[in-house]
Design a protein around this ligand. Structure first.
Ligand SMILES: Cc1ncc(COP(=O)(O)O)c(C=O)c1O
Length: 401
């Protein structure tokens, strides 16, 4: 017998802070405080008939951890409550979530319209893999609603975007793109990694499916990979159900346990990291060695009004152009004493990367240029260190440029 840590009647009324700590958790017969780690690949049956029943009544009990696992189920339910989605499935990484969310539904001969401002691996799936499997992909400037309208006019089974985009901070008008996508009968899938489940609610804005790399802010402590797909009960059960079960993108129970612990502190971390990122963005904006700062919370961001409308704050990431191009960036990165050079993001440690030579190095230089990913751009993920220490570190490193 298990007991819900949060009484069911409270799940719809308590605030996000409470859900982050208690949502979705259940206690075993040992009445443990911390969520139990069910590190088991399989489950046993009292008799052969019980096994037969378990397989016949799909989902009514745990049968195999590739399908479902109790620790993973706690993580899925907690994230579902926070996102206010009908259903959630956890995946082994963010890319497994993006891949499964798109491929579980698409068929050869269908079309996908996508914003072209995508994380490198998302771009690979949309621009290279889908066409190889007979799915036509149209990549457009996602900031331009006219471009969405024109591309979707030919019909599309799905639309896909990141907002804010990695690393150029393009903002997509999720409500409007959802409306245009629905008019063609398609589903809008939003990668909400940069905004986190706390700062932007794509489903409430009209999107159909939200995907996460839980590796980022949800773990937020550099420990494990993970991902999640959230959407309607129908999408998760009918479109994703068998695909997930038979292709095996499942999250490990150990990682789910870490991610449950990550969710407990998500709000504290994201609030602090976003405040620090905003302060860093303001500092950089006034620095003579910085040519441009892209931060959705700054009034100078070209889509500031839209960002303010659909995001609770500017988030924890800042991209900026350093004087002196690639050489200037490398000199700056190499001079940092506190901030680590790393392509990950959302971590409690501040991390910085040069997208043109790391996360987006596979893209052709012309495409990088179209996406505004100049050789002079770096992307900073604000961590939990003291804001003043981080600004001092950036300042002394910029002196070396
Ligand atoms: C926007 C975005 N989507 C997806 C991913 C992929 O996540 P993962 O590394 O967990 O597969 C990343 C990783 O950086 C990302 O930035």
């Amino acid at each position: 017998m298990t007991k819900a840590v949060l009484p069911a009647e409270l799940a719809d009324t308590v605030s996000t802070a409470t859900l982050l700590v208690r949502g979705g958790a259940f206690r075993s017969s040992y009445d443990e405080t911390c969520e139990a780690l069910f590190l088991s690949s399989g489950f046993v049956y009292d008799d052969a008939a019980a096994a037969e029943t378990a397989f016949a009544q799909d989902g009514s009990r745990y049968v195999y951890s590739r399908y479902r696992n109790p620790t993973v189920a706690m993580f899925e339910e907690r994230l579902r409550l926070i996102e206010n989605a009908e259903a959630c499935r956890a995946t082994a990484s963010g890319m497994a979530a993006v891949f499964a969310a798109l491929l579980c539904r698409l068929r050869a001969g269908q079309r996908v319209v996508s914003s072209r401002a995508l994380f490198g691996s998302c771009h690979y799936i949309v621009a290279e893999l889908l066409p190889r499997w007979g799915i036509e992909t149209l990549l457009i400037d996602g900031r331009d609603l006219g471009a969405w309208e024109a591309a979707l006019a030919g019909g599309a089974a799905a639309a896909f975007c990141e907002s804010p985009s990695n690393p150029a901070m393009e903002i997509i008008d999720i409500a409007e793109v959802a409306r245009l996508t629905h008019a063609t009968g398609g589903l809008l899938i939003v990668d909400n990694v940069f905004a986190t489940p706390l700062l932007q609610k794509p489903l409430a804005l009209g999107a159909d499916v939200v995907v996460y790399s839980a590796t980022k802010h949800i773990d937020g402590q550099g420990r494990c990979l993970g991902g999640a797909i959230l959407g309607s009960e129908k999408f998760i059960r009918e479109d994703l159900g068998l695909f997930y079960r038979h292709t095996g993108p499942s999250l490990s129970p150990f990682n789910a346990w870490l991610l449950l612990k990550g969710l407990e502190t998500l709000e504290l971390r994201v609030e602090r990291q976003s405040r620090t990122a905003a302060a860093i963005a303001s500092f950089l904006e006034n620095h003579p060695k910085i040519n441009r700062v892209l931060y959705p919370g700054l009034a100078s961001h070209p889509q500031c009004a839209l960002a303010r409308r659909q995001m609770a704050s500017g988030g924890s990431l800042v991209s900026f152009d350093v004087a002196g191009g690639k050489q200037g960036c490398f000199r700056f990165l190499n001079a940092l004493r506190l901030v680590d050079i790393s392509n990950n993001l959302g971590d409690s440690k501040s991390l910085i990367t040069h997208p043109a030579t790391t996360t987006h190095s596979r893209l052709k230089p012309e495409l990088r240029a179209e996406l505004g990913i100049a050789d002079s751009m770096v992307r900073l993920s604000a961590g939990l260190e003291a804001e003043s220490d981080l600004i001092s570190d950036l300042d002394q490193a910029l002196d070396r440029v």
